[in-house]
Design a protein around this ligand. Structure first.
Ligand code: NDP
Length: 290
């Protein structure tokens, strides 16, 4: 068997086209949706991510404001900037690109972003809302995975879903979204005993560990849907996921490639979160009829 390849690029283009339509509708009401992206320092990967996010915004008709700060910016200066953006009516979404330089307290910076503008969905109150089943913003990567499963018509209700990797930004919110959609969820981490025994039970297997090629074909149930969140750059410059694509595609029913799988969906869902924030803001500005 050779797995069906899930085309994240094509799906992300479709999602971005939907966003562009929603942007047009808001503009017709006189509201221009805007995203602020803050980059501190010179990290090369972060620079690429920020460029891609800004370009995706512009393409969809969203206004993007990229603010680049030097590595030596103080935490107090960054917090001041975030507070200004919180108050800025032209900005509906605020994203502070991670990782931040070591002298900054990342949690404090994220908690300073207004929860209503936290389009990454990392703010503690957004994490709490997701946990309690009333999400305001869903973190972009797991949100993108859910959108992929939906578009591929993968049955989630009642499915065995196994997630390898339990970070706050991918694994944990992924578990909550799958659980909310009716899956029976197992969340694995680096201490999991006999990882293969867990992964082989999965109808839906999501891998997000940052360990290149760690999930191999023999760890996959025949016919499973395999979602590879990993993005790892090898010394030869190539990009690979956390799943060994060649052996996995012989066993899986469907699989995401790297690149061209989850990555493009993450950016598309950032645009979705921004348009959702702008639409909520527009709704609060509508004149009342009474
Ligand atoms: P983190 O390093 O924050 O978390 C990694 C998780 O994987 C931890 O929970 C860790 O366990 C677990 N883990 C590590 N090794 C193993 C192992 N051998 N067996 C089982 N679990 C293991 O990573 P992120 O969640 O931030 O990122 C994961 C990957 O996803 C990276 O490759 C990253 O580049 C990529 N990524 C891709 C995105 C996209 O848009 N496609 C977006 C975000 C991330 P423990 O908790 O025990 O330490």
């Amino acid at each position: 068997m050779t797995a069906r390849i899930i085309d994240g690029k094509a799906l992300s283009a479709a999602v971005r086209a939907e966003v562009a339509e929603r942007v047009k509708a808001l503009r017709a009401q006189g509201l221009q949706p805007g995203l602020a992206v803050v980059l501190v320092g010179e990290d090369p990967a972060s620079q690429v991510y920020v460029r891609n996010k800004a370009a995706a915004c512009e393409k969809a008709g969203l206004h993007s404001r990229v603010i680049r700060l030097g590595e030596d910016t103080t935490e107090a200066e960054l917090l001041d900037l975030v507070r200004q953006l919180n108050e800025d009516a032209a900005i509906h979404g605020i994203l502070v690109q991670l990782p931040l330089p070591g002298h900054m307290n990342t949690a404090k910076v994220i908690e300073t972003i207004s929860a209503e503008k936290d389009v990454d969905g990392f703010h503690i109150s957004n994490a709490g809302l997701l946990l309690t089943g009333k999400p305001l913003f869903r973190p972009c990567t797991p949100y993108g995975v859910m959108r992929m499963l939906e578009s591929e018509e993968v049955p989630v209700r009642g499915a065995e879903a196994v997630i390898v990797g339990a970070s706050n930004i991918v694994g944990k919110p992924m578990a909550l979204l799958l659980l909310a959609a009716g899956a029976t969820v197992t969340l694995c981490n680096s201490k999991t005993r006999d990882l293969g025994a867990q992964t082989r039970r999965a109808d839906i297997l999501v891998v997000a560990t940052g360990r290149p090629g760690m999930v191999t074909g023999d760890m996959i149930k025949p016919g499973a849907v395999v979602i590879d969140v990993g993005i790892n750059r090898l010394p030869d410059g190539s990009l690979v996921g956390d799943v060994d694509f060649e052996s996995a595609k012989q066993v899986a029913g469907a699989i995401t490639p790297v690149p061209g799988g989850v990555g493009p969906m993450t950016i598309a869902m950032l645009l979705v979160n921004t348009i959702e924030a702008a639409e909520r803001s527009a709704a609060t500005m509508l004149p009342t009829t009474s």
